[in-house]
Every structure is written in structure tokens, then in C-alpha cells.
Design a protein around this ligand. Sequence first.
Ligand code: MN
Length: 741
Amino acid sequence: MVIDVEEERKEIINRYRRLLRKAKPILKEGDAKLIKRAFTISMEAHKEMRRKSGEPYIFHPLSVAEICVEEIGLGTTSIIAALLHDVVEDTDIQLKDLEQIFGKKIAKIIDGLTKIKGVFEYGTSAQAENFRKMLFTLSEDVRVILIKLADRLHNMRTLESMPRNKQLRVSSETIYLYAPLAHRLGLNAIKTELEDLYLRFTDYPVYRDISNKIDESRASRNKFIKQFVQPIKEELDKLNVECEIKSRPKSIFSIYNKMRKQNIPFEEVYDLFAVRIIIDTPLEQEKSYCWQVYSIVTDYYTPNPDRLRDWISTPKGNGYESLHTTVMAKNGQWVEVQIRTRRMDEIAEKGYAAHWKYKDNGSSHESNLEKWLVKVRELLEKQDLTALEFVDDFRGNLFNEEIFVFTPKGELKTLPIGATALDFAFDIHTDIGAKCIGAKVNQKLVPINHTLKNGDQIEILTSSKQKPNEDWLRFVISPKAKSKIKELLKEDKRNVADDGKEILLRKTKQLKIDVSSRVYEQMRDYFKVNSQFELHYRVGKGLITLNDFKRFKEFKPSSPLKNKAHSEITDVKSIEQEINKVKGRYEDILLIGEDMDVVEYKLAKCCTPIPGDEVFGFVTVNEGIKIHRTTCPNATELLANQGNRVIKAKWTSQHEVAFLTGLKVIGTDRVGLINDVSKVISEELKVNMSSLSFKTDQGIFSGEIMLYVNDTRHLEMLIEKLEKVEGVVKVSRFDSRNNNG
Ligand code: MN
């Protein structure tokens, strides 16, 4: 490439002058001098550098500064920072040099911009983390983020000359973070442009196709609109209202989204464009004028009452004000009509940047700008929708299985949605999890089963006396915490059993019971436990005491256990136990009422409880006591309105009885998947299925399986196994087969 140095110099000066011209209305005395200084330093610093396109590097900072002024509405401080934004990063000039010349404020902004730059070079996996860091830097000065947006916009505009992989990376980062950010700040024109550029660089054929079709349909669209607005315009003229009627097609990206979401061709996107009526009114009469226009429009065309949006009475969070209605045109086509004033229109396009122009005319640009910057920070810090949530919003269903939370030091942790403080504790370290007694979430004390939300900052409280227990398994949801707790419980159980074994041997010795394997067997029968281990464990736990051993000794010689049990059936409890024993099953049952008795019950069909579930009993009119899960869809109603018929119920421990429950399986469809799923259920885990139904839709399959399991732990195991089947994405329990149980 032959470079005409003289030509280039002229072009640089031209661009610099253009920047000054655009900034002129807002410059104070001395500002121009400072800007010139910044420009000179930047030009000197980037002297030898060229962009990938071959252009002199200085074009870039000049353009960024221009975007800051023209499209975002920033002032001198930002112009200087934008001109210098790549200087510290790319050249020998140091921050302290710049601070000396331009002062602390500007140096800080440049520092922020340099840091953010580093942060964004990591690639896509740590985006949320990057985003958080970006917000941290924000607390210094929100200009950092606005200049960064300008920087990104210019980089996207000039992405053509970048290598393909970089185009893809920069584009996806843009659609992931910057476009939503611009939207959040009400910078709609920038947001739309970023989105369109994203599509252009990620799917050019589609981009070109849509953009061609928009061009091709222009003539007929204009004709249609002319007819459509004709009567409205006449009415407005009669009223002497100055107005401009525009019709802008939707952005390429939003048309693309519509086509994809609704799976329709371009021709079927019915709301390709909206008609915008912009009126000039005095500030005080904006609202009434807009509604007057609305009234005129709907005199001629029938409105769809569901599509009326009044963002004048209550503007959107990002400052958007407008009145929208969708009406039926004479040819039967729905047309969206946006009614707004000139002021509202500028805000809609440029965000708050336009806003300050209209605010109290007495104050200077600088002070209005400061007000706006405060507003920007408020927008970003708004509690009801944190930046992270808004990234989540954007990412939609794809990633909303996760939440982002922070350690006291600000380290980011990713947990599954629904995770509790205990999940978080185990995520930090097993020892911390094992000793966790509670947590402080955003400085507030909460129990260990407290469910975490996006953006929470958590400090775990521990005690050396704490020990994991079975209950914990019910409210942790991360696989890591689950498996660690199980491990710890097993270990704990083993220790208890070891102790129990010693105790047993000591006590039996004391009572002169000779513990042969036959006697062990008798003890197991007598104490109704499954195994020697279980026996040791119960002794270790203190559930079987010296007195029990005494009774065992008295009982043992006289009659063999099995006969005795059969002869002593006196109450419901022992009947139940007998039945279980006959079935070859041990333990345990549902205890009902204040005395925790065993009485007859039925399991509710609406929520199909199984042992291990939190349950309650409900006295029905005709069918005795029904057992519901506390999470049953009917529970709230029953507990709230008919509390007098609710009785306490509790499982004593796990059965080997089978209980019917339902599982929902979701995944990506593939050949043989259903087969693999049923194989896991019936063969590997020897579970009985009672019914199985699957459906597939566009490559996603979802299935509902009704099956028999022993208890919640059995169910968890099954879920774990099923989730390992290739293609399965999520397995969850579902509990309302019908709601009339
Ligand atoms: Mn840059």
C-alpha cells in the first residue's frame, strides 16, 4: 500500500476539526486548549501505529471522542479521556504524566478504561465476572462505561478488517454485554446499531438478505404509509399542531429475531415498521397533546385494546417516553403507531444524553451532564434489577439455570439456581460446609437453608461443634455439596458404628451375653435392624441402651423371637410392623397426630409423597387421613383455610416399600435415548415404571415417567443416574398428576 503522508495529515486535521465543531456548543473557556493538548499527545503517542485496516491509529481515538460528543452527549472530560484512552495501554506514556497535565479526574477515567480493556481480553467464559469488575470500576466514574461503549461502537463499525476469529469474539461480546448495556442506558440508536453489526459479522447472508428485502419493500411501504397518515395529517393541520410523521422499519436484528422466534419468513413479519408521529408542543402540554393525537388516530382506525402502551404517564426505567397503539389499517393490516413529542423522540434515540438539553435552561451543560451521570449510575445500581440479572435476562433461557453470588472479598461464585447458603459454604470448602451454622447474606443473618439470589454477597458462619446431618441433603442442590455431605455422613456413620461395636461388646460382656454370630442374628431380629452395621450404629447413637440389652437377655432364652412377634399383635402399630416384616421389609412408618401414632392413612394423589418428604395429614370427610407433601400445590389452600383438619405427620425413617412418584426428563433428542432412559430405570436400578410418555419438539424431548421408588434418597440416586444419560439435560420430580387429590 502506498501511503500519501501529506494526504493523511490533512485527513487527520480534518477529523480533528470535525470533532471540535461538534463539541463547540458545549465547550467552556479553556476547554478547546485542553482538547488540543490531548489530541497532540495522542497523535504523538500513536504516531507509528496503524489499525488493522491500514489507517493511522489516531483515527480511532478521534472517532471514539466524536461518538462521545455526538451520539452519547458527553462533554470535555470525556473527549479528553476518549482521545487518550489507548495511550497508557499502548505506549510509554504513563498515567501520572497524564494526571499532571489533565488532573486527577481524567487520569482516573483513563485508568478505568485501561483496566476494563484488560478485563475484556479474557474471552467469553468469564463474562459475568468481567461485567462485575466493570461495574466496580464504575463506582469511580460512570463515564468509563460510556466511553467504553463508544470505543466498542467504533470497533464494531470497523470490524471488517479484523481476522475472522476476532470478529466472532468481539461480536458475541457485543451482543452479550454492550448491546444490553446500551439498552439499559436508553441509548437506543447505539443499541440497535450494535445488534445489527453483530448480525452482520456473525451471519452475513441472513443480514444481507433481510437488508435487501427491506430496501425492496421500501417503495410499496412508503405508498402505504402515505395513504395511512393522510387523514391524520389533515386533522393535525386543522388543529395547528406542528408534526413530523416518520416510518422507520424495525432494525435488521429485531426482524431477524422475529423470524427466528416465530419461525416465519420475512414476508410474514407483520409489524415490519411502525408509524411515528412526532409533535412539537410546549413542555407542559405534552401529555394532553399526545392523547389528542391518539384520539385522532383511533377515530380513523380501530385500535387493538391489548396493544396500548402508555409510557408517558410512567416512563420506562431507561427514560423512554412514548404512547404506542396498534391499529387496523384499511387493508386489514395491523400498524403500530408511536406518538411522542420531539423531546421524547430525542430521548428515545439518544437516551439521557438528549435529556439534559431540555432540562432547566439556566444551568450549564456541565451541571446537567453531572445530573445525567448520576442518573446513569442509579440505573446501573438499581436494586430491583441488578446488572447481573439484566445480563441473565438477556441470556434468557440458555443460562438461567445459574446464579452469580459473591464472597465477602468480592470473588464471584457460580451456583445452580435455588442454591442455599449451605451450597455456597460447600462450594468454598468442604470444611467450611461441614461446620456451617448459618450465614450473613448482604449483612443479614440467615439460616443455612436460605435460598440465594443473584448478586448476593455471602459470609459463612461456622462452629467447630457443627456436624452434617441427613436433613442437609434436603436443601442443598449443587452436586458438589450433595456428594460431600453424603461422604461426611457415611464417614460419621462409620465412626458411630465403630464406637457402637465397642459399646455393644462391652455391654454384652457385662451382661454375660456370649456374642456368637447366632446371637448377633437374634439381636438383629429383636432390634429390627437390617445389618450388623446398622445394629452397631444404633448402639453408637444410643438408640439401643443397656436396658434394651437386658430385655433382650431376658427375652432370648424363653422363646424364639419370630413366634413371639406373631402372637402379640395388639395395636395398629404392631400390625403395620408385622405386615412389613411379612413382606420382608423393616422399619418404618408414618407417624401421625400429636402423639405420633400410627393410624390408617392414604397418600394424596396430587403430590404423591414418599418417605423422606416433609408431609402433613389432612382429615378428609370420606376417605380418612390423607397425607400431602408440604410443597403440594394444594397445601397452601388446605393449611390456610382448613387448618383445623390438618394434623402433624412425619416419616420415622426410610422404607423399602415402593412409592409412586413422577419424574420429568428434559433433553436433546437422539436416536435410542428413550431406550437408554428406560434401561437405566428398569435394569440398572431395578425400579418399576408404571407409565412413561415422551414427546419431542424441534429436537427437544420431554418425558414424564411414573415409577416406584423407596424414598427420597432412592429417588435422588435415580435422578443422578438419569442425568448422566447422554442427551439428558435435566431430570426433576413432578408432583401434580392431577390436582383433585
Ligand atoms: Mn480503543
